[in-house]
Design a protein around this ligand. Sequence first.
Ligand code: 3PG
Length: 211
Amino acid sequence: MLTVEQVAACGVVPVVVLEDESQAVPTAKALLKGGITAMEITFRTSAAKGSIAKVSKEVPEMIVGAGTVVNLEQLHDAVDAGAQFIVCPGSDPEIIAEANKLGVAITPGVVTPSEIMMGLKLGVKVFKFFPAETFGGLKAIKALSGPFPQIRFIPTGGVNQSNAAEYFKNPKIVAVGGSWMVTKDMVVNGEFDAITEKSKAATDLYKEIRG
Ligand code: 3PG
């Protein structure tokens, strides 16, 4: 089982929405070319399960995970399709416990101390901070790190190329998540070079700051 730190080693985890599973492999390859080694395919469309399965089989260098997992059925579908990590927008103890049982890394979403305390009970060490910019961004993460020095965050929601550097400079940040390097339109229009270019800019920025 991969840890969340291993999954997020390239510093940037794209939140990917695919309307059609035929877009999955070219998108994964474009991200890889830009230095991104893990992608979150969201359960916001019916193409999610099939897309995860395709990337898992056809692009083995890419660590593929499932995002926007909000129920147990999606969790099971994701793991059956080959997802190596799970991201949830919020915190559901049932989903966290089941992911632990299945032996798959999970990053539940939090914005409050109570949600963090619930996750801690279930062994979570890395939380998604979502929606990051709306809920105080880095200032909130710094405040939450006071009582919870043992945890780290993947801020997502409103993070992009122009504010990622500030997050990368904070040691409590494992990686950032976001959709700016692979928007729905870029996928639908087949703009795979643009996906690679934006991914490279993001991973280069991470390397520049973290070394
Ligand atoms: C998510 O689900 O994590 C967000 O929709 C991604 O946020 P962004 O589109 O602001 O990057």
